[in-house]
Structures are given as structure tokens and as C-alpha cells.
Design a protein. Structure first.
Length: 189
């Protein structure tokens, strides 16, 4: 922080507050983390609008963890608007996925809308050849399908993307996918 101030690197101070808050929230200090994230979002510097969709998606994730569903949904609306305004598309898949996740957390009756969000996330990720984001969105859709009783469809869809990977099986997303595949394969139909 001292070096950022000394050399006028305001964007790094902005990121520090934001990323420290996200890390705190991820490690269980939810409210303290969200306070720092909000501070970082409020102190956004000119020129950093291009990264704002990414930061808003992380904020929405922290909101999900603290049951601040409406705050998360509002953040995703802003993320989408900023992405459209500046034609920044690298987080579109995550915007759709997180929106679906939050809609489900808000009310299970949002299942149809959440499914559309997950399918949009998968399609965007495929168009961008972003296999990691496609995997995340497919995991979310597979869970929804499992809960709706479509276990075979969920397993087939998830196996298809999971089998594409040839390395990285120690990452959280691939571990999550493997656990879900095992669950879908071993449980009664």
C-alpha cells in the first residue's frame, strides 16, 4: 500500500482492498470481507471499468455466501451493463452462471430461469473456448438437473466436459466435477 501511494499506482490500491476482501470472505470472514470488497468497488479508479465485471462477479459470489442474494443480483446486473458498455466479454459466462446460482438460492421456483442462465453460460464459454468456465457452468446445470430428477442427463453432460480435460485434476473445479459424477453414477435412478 505504501509503494502504491508513493508511486501513484491507485489501481493497485483499489485491487488490494477488493482482493483482500474477497480472500477474507472466502476464508470465512464474510462480513469483514464484503466490507472491504464494497470499499474497493466504491474507490474504483478511472480506467478500471474494464475489470469491473470481473470484480462484480466476485462480489456476487461473496454475496451468495452471506445470503445477500439481492445485492449479488444487483451486482451482476451492473456487471452485465458495464460489459455491454465497454464490450468486455471475458466474464460473461460467469455472470450468467452466478445469476443462475443466485436465482436458485433466492427461490427454488426460479429453477427454469436458472437453467436458462446455466445454459447461456455454457454456450458463451463454448463460443470463447473457455473450458474451465464451461466446466463450472456444466457443474451448476448438472446439480440443477440432479435435483430435478434428470440424473442421467446430468451425468452424461458432465462426463462429456470432464473427459475433455487431461490435466489439472487436483483443481477445485475438477475435483467438484468428479465428486458429482461419482454421486450421479452411484446413486439410484
Amino acid at each position: 500500500m505504501a509503494l502504491c501511494a508513493e508511486h501513484g499506482l491507485l489501481q493497485y490500491a483499489y485491487y488490494r482492498s477488493f482482493l483482500q476482501g474477497w480472500a477474507l470472505a472466502d476464508q470465512g470472514q464474510k462480513e469483514a470481507g464484503i466490507a472491504l470488497i464494497e470499499e474497493g468497488l466504491a474507490s474504483s479508479v478511472v480506467g478500471e471499468r474494464l475489470n469491473r465485471p470481473y470484480l462484480l462477479v466476485l462480489f456476487a459470489e461473496a454475496c451468495s455466501d452471506t445470503r445477500r442474494i439481492n445485492d449479488g443480483l444487483c451486482a451482476l446486473l451492473e456487471a452485465s451493463a458495464v460489459a455491454d458498455e465497454h464490450e468486455v466479454r471475458f466474464k460473461d459466462a460467469e455472470i450468467h452462471r452466478m445469476r443462475g446460482k443466485l436465482l436458485l438460492e433466492q427461490d427454488i421456483s426460479n429453477m427454469a430461469e436458472a437453467r436458462i442462465c446455466f445454459q447461456q453460460a455454457i454456450e458463451v464459454a463454448r463460443q470463447q473456448s473457455a473450458k474451465s468456465l464451461e466446466l463450472r457452468a456444466t457443474i451448476s446445470l448438472a446439480r440443477l438437473l440432479r435435483d430435478a430428477g434428470s440424473r442421467d442427463e446430468a451425468r452424461a453432460m458432465l462426463a462429456n466436459i470432464y473427459n475433455w480435460f487431461t490435466e489439472g485434476f487436483d483443481t477445485a473445479d475438477l475435483k467438484d466435477a468428479k465428486a458429482l459424477l461419482d454421486e450421479l453414477s452411484n446413486s439410484p435412478r
